[in-house]
Design a protein around this ligand. Structure first.
Ligand SMILES: Cc1ncc(C[n+]2csc(CCOP(=O)(O)OP(=O)(O)O)c2C)c(N)n1
Ligand SMILES: [Mg+2]
Length: 541
């Protein structure tokens, strides 16, 4: 649905939408790219192998496939938080007059199991608070994760609905396919609704893996009212009652409503079956996640389910199937992408020449350090002074994005509050207590400093968005994230890896690092290790 109707590619005069893909949906994205002629059979056959650059990485990795993937979402939870801070970064770039991002949309496709990661939900309230209606999450609620049900004895969709509503999001649920509509229309006393409410996800999964007669006996017959409601349906018709996430019309309606919604981000909770179309080999099975092969029976079921024009003889030894170039399917596929601006995902590898900005001479911002004259100074203070000097440069300064997680005063950066302002899309709706002072707490819609509050995961995601805007928005910015050395680094090491994977460019500063500064404060401040941990990220200078 996204590829055919909503995900717009970058063109000459439009920056394009951004899509954060569920990592293990990569094979699906590759399959589509194969149909579009972007990937060869050989590359598909080399899936999950590097083979001298002619393979395909298992998950989205901009490092391994720098012309294809934009965002590394392989570690569950990275996609959701990165999507939030990307949508916010776009507003920031707009607010500061650095890039025109209006009208562009960030889409994120995630798993229901993935939503258990703290990072997945860490940015939700920020997205609502800053009215990020340029952001849509689609959570594929197939009720399962790798090992089993996400909430065997509960209902993940209801749980997520409460969570997102509480966080201030617009929530759209796509639960039942169109085949159910007639039943709903006749169900005047809401018997179905009660059956739905009484059925836990473990049972839904079980029902999903079974045929119509089982569903009639175990689901509809449990209440005389629902039994009567489906009395006119055959078992095959009961079997064909789809879940909403497999109904293209309902999905289209949901995507369109999400896109049109103003003032808040939207989440689409789509109820699906894991392994849909895999028949006995996986559909709604406990083992769905691990099944890698389709035997002949499952292949036949797959063919039938998707109406593929293949005889049984064709299936034997079949590796890949591609409809003829002039078939209606391929024509449609190409037309849809053409109308949405072309291929996607696609990563821009460098910066356009006209967007480059040279850094100023070292002497203009680092003179005090070069000619220290025997004066000593902590590295934190020296770094901050240099950044302060860079910020004053007329052309380079505006490109700098200072980021803190509620420790600006600790690191002697509070002068920046007034000097460059703190970004807030609402400006400043109050008179700051220290309004009369030289360094008052100034919030502004074009503020430069990102004061993220106490969220290291949020701050590093913000940093990664700015550090890759050279590629994602063809707008280079130079972010400095200054964090409490120990707390800041250890907690978000995985997100730092992800930033490196997407070829981030910027500075991370573990302030008050070392065993010298705050040893009196207890073990966690005696940081002798974060330098070592940092050095384990292979592509960092
Ligand atoms: C942080 C992290 N832990 C574990 C994994 C391995 N893993 C990949 S997919 C998956 C299950 C995902 O379940 P869900 O989010 O519900 O997605 P689904 O496949 O059901 O759509 C796991 C555990 C991972 N990629 N990242
Ligand atoms: Mg799942």
């Amino acid at each position: 649905m996204g590829f055919n109707h909503f995900f717009r590619a970058k063109t000459e005069d439009f920056g394009g939408d951004l899509v954060y893909f569920q990592p293990h949906s990569a094979p699906g994205v590759y399959a589509r790219a194969f149909l579009e002629g972007r990937l060869s059979e050989e590359q598909l056959a080399n899936y999950r192998q590097e083979v001298g650059g002619n393979g395909l990485c298992s998950y989205p990795h901009p490092w391994l496939m720098p012309d294809f993937w934009q965002f590394p979402t392989g570690s569950m939870g990275h996609g959701p938080i990165s999507a939030v801070y990307q949508a916010r970064c776009m507003r920031y770039l707009e607010g500061r007059g650095l890039a025109d991002t209006a009208g562009r949309h960030v889409w994120g496709v995630f798993g229901d199991g993935e939503m258990d990661e703290p990072e997945s939900i860490a940015g939700l309230t920020l997205a609502a608070r800053e009215n990020l209606d340029n952001l849509t999450f689609i959570v594929n609620c197939n009720l399962q994760r790798l090992d089993g049900p996400v909430r065997g004895n509960g209902q993940i969709i209801q749980e997520l609905e409460s969570l997102f509503i509480g966080a201030g999001w617009n929530v759209i649920k796509v639960l039942w396919g169109s085949e159910w509509d007639g039943l709903f229309a006749r169900d005047k006393d809401l018997a179905l609704l009660r059956r739905f409410a009484d059925t836990v996800d473990g049972q839904y999964q079980n029902l999903g893996s079974k045929d119509g007669d089982y569903n009639r006996a175990r689901f509809f017959d449990a209440d005389p009212a629902t039994r009567d409601l489906v009395a006119h349906l055959t078992d095959a018709e009961i079997h064909a009652l789809k879940r909403g996430g497999h109904d293209f019309r309902k999905l289209h309606a949901a995507f369109a409503a999400a896109k049109a919604h103003k003032g808040r981000p939207t989440v689409i909770l789509a109820k699906t079956k894991k392994g849909y179309g895999m028949g006995n080999a996986g559909e709604s099975r406990m083992t769905a996640h691990q099944s890698k092969k389709l035997d002949m029976e499952a292949l036949v079921a797959f063919r039938d389910r998707f109406n593929l024009p293949l005889a049984e003889g064709d299936l034997e030894g079949l590796k890949f199937y591609k409809p003829a170039d002039d078939s209606p399917e391929m024509t449609y596929l190409r037309e849809r992408r053409a109308s949405l601006g072309g291929r996607l995902p696609k990563r821009q590898a460098g910066i356009s020449d006209d967007k480059r900005t040279a850094p100023p001479e070292l002497s203009t911002y680092g003179k005090f350090a070069i000619e220290a004259d025997g004066k000593e100074m902590s590295t934190t203070m020296a770094a901050m002074r240099m950044m302060g000097g860079l910020l004053k440069d007329k052309t380079f300064g505006p490109r700098i994005v200072p980021i803190v997680a509620d420790e600006a005063r600790t690191f002697g950066m509070d002068n920046l509050f007034r000097q460059v302002g703190i970004y807030s899309p609402k400006g400043q709706l109050y008179e700051p207590e220290d309004a009369g002072s030289m360094m008052f707490y100034k919030e502004a819609a074009n503020g430069q400093l990102l004061e993220e509050g106490i969220t290291e995961a949020g701050a590093i995601s913000s940093w990664a968005a700015a550090a890759t805007s050279y590629s994602v928005h063809d707008t280079p910015t130079l972010p400095f994230y200054i964090y409490y050395s120990m707390f800041g680094f250890q907690r978000v090491g995985d997100l730092i890896w992800a930033a490196a994977d997407q070829r981030a460019r910027g500075f991370l500063l573990g302030a008050t690092a070392g065993r010298t500064t705050l040893s009196g404060e207890g073990l966690q401040h005696q940081d002798g290790t974060s330098h070592l941990t940092a050095s384990t990220i292979p592509n960092w200078g």
